[in-house]
Structure formats: C-alpha cells, structure tokens
Design a binder for this molecule. Structure first.
Ligand SMILES: NC(=O)c1ccc[n+]([C@@H]2O[C@H](COP(=O)([O-])OP(=O)(O)OC[C@H]3O[C@@H](n4cnc5c(N)ncnc54)[C@H](OP(=O)(O)O)[C@@H]3O)[C@@H](O)[C@H]2O)c1
Length: 195
C-alpha cells in the first residue's frame, strides 16, 4: 500500500495490473537477494532477509483466499494457480463459465462477500483465510469478519487509484498494533481488529 492508502494506481487492467505508477508498490519484491515463494503459485520474489523472515509464515503457507472479480480478471486468474494453493473463492455477480470445471481451484460466490468468507473458513478448517482484494477487505471489515490487517507499506504517494479502505461507512475502527518491521524499501505492519 502507498503511504496515502492506495493498493493500485489509476487505470488498472490485466495489461496494467497495478495501475499507473503502481509498480512502485512492488519495488521491494525484487530488490533483495533472498527467494520467497508465494505458496500455490510459481511466483518467486527476491526480497531482503528481513522481509523474507517476516513474511515466511503467511506467504509460504497453504491457505484459502477470497477475492473480488476485478482482482480475478486483472490477475488473469493467476494462470489457474491462485495464491494459497486453493480453493479460492471469487465474489462476483456473474460466474465465468470457462472456469467452472472439474479440478478448477475457483469457487464463484454470487451471494456476497460474507457468504464467500464463511465458505472459505469452512474450507480452510484451522488454516489461514486471506482476503486478496480491496472491496472484499472492506466488506469483511464492515461485517466484523476481519481479524488482522497486514500492510506492506511502500515509500510512495500515488494520489489516486484503488484505495484499500475506501468508503467504510463505519468509524472509528479500533486496531491494536501487533508488529511493525522496518525492512529495505518497505515497512511491514500488522494490526489486530479490536472487536
Ligand atoms: N498492492 C497490492 O498488494 C494489491 C493486492 C490485491 C489487489 N490489488 C489491486 O486491487 C484492485 C482490485 O481490487 P478492487 O477492490 O478494485 O476489486 P475486487 O474486490 O477485486 O473486485 C470488485 C468486484 O467484485 C465483485 N463484487 C464485489 N463485492 C461483491 C458482492 N458483495 N456481491 C457480488 N459481487 C461483488 C464485483 O464484480 P462483478 O459485478 O463484475 O461481478 C465488483 O466490481 C486491483 O487494482 C489490484 O491490482 C493490489
């Protein structure tokens, strides 16, 4: 996330996944010398030792992700290999029939974010459920279903684009800081949502 709260710049699309200027958010992904794999994908990043040690427990662990339809489309369905290893729950109004097939890692949920998160919790059992897009994180927070917020804060101001916490409609949302780790090119922050 940028210091002014954006997770993508304007004009995001499958050809421009992080929007105009948004690449600056991920500069730290490939500016270190320690390999960090995103579980379930073939994506390997080169981050600093500090970032690798800190992120290991969430990035390199099997889990179930919930995301919105824009993220699914912009990521080109992660090539069929969503982060976490699947299943992956996509909240949408319109199910893309080409992904409804045996062995598809995707479950399309058309009755709302809350339903998707509850289905993901059942699928994950004791494992991690992560939220992979902004609008779904907002809906999870408002529904009281978000336990923690993990931010990788990049040293950039984007000024416009996709805000992580836009139009929440609830305030204040009290948070308890769990960790703050300064790493080269990024500050890792974790908060617990106080309920
Ligand atoms: N910087 C980072 O680390 C990072 C990480 C993740 C994402 N991102 C960025 O975040 C952006 C994607 O997030 P986003 O918030 O714009 O979109 P999103 O959450 O991925 O998708 C929003 C779409 O999901 C569907 N949807 C959402 N809530 C729904 C509901 N309750 N019922 C039915 N359908 C629902 C709707 O699509 P339909 O009506 O078309 O079905 C809606 O337009 C991208 O720009 C991506 O690059 C950045």
């Amino acid at each position: 996330m940028s210091l002014d709260g954006f997770v993508a710049g304007p004009n995001d699309s499958p050809d421009n996944p992080l929007g105009d200027g948004g690449q600056a958010l991920f500069a730290w992904y490939n500016s270190g010398d320690v390999e960090l794999r995103l579980f379930g994908t073939d994506m390997v990043f080169k981050v600093s030792r500090v970032s690798a040690d800190f992120l290991q427990d969430t990035w390199n662990t099997k889990g179930v992700m919930v995301a919105g339809r824009r993220m699914f489309d912009i990521a080109n369905a992660w090539g069929g290999h969503p982060p976490g290893g699947g299943p992956c729950f996509i909240v949408t109004h319109h199910t893309p029939q080409e992904w409804v097939k045996e062995a598809s890692p995707f479950v399309f949920v058309t009755d709302g974010a809350e339903s998707a998160i509850r289905q993901a919790q059942r699928a994950a059992g004791d494992g991690l459920v992560s939220i992979g897009s902004a609008s779904i994180a907002q809906q999870a927070l408002v529904a009281g279903l978000l336990d923690e917020i993990h931010i990788d804060l990049a040293p950039v101001l984007l000024s416009s684009g996709v805000r992580l916490f836009d139009k929440l409609g609830v305030a204040p949302v009290p948070l308890q800081q769990i960790r703050a780790v300064e790493a080269p090119g990024v500050t890792h922050l974790r908060y617990r949502v106080v309920k």
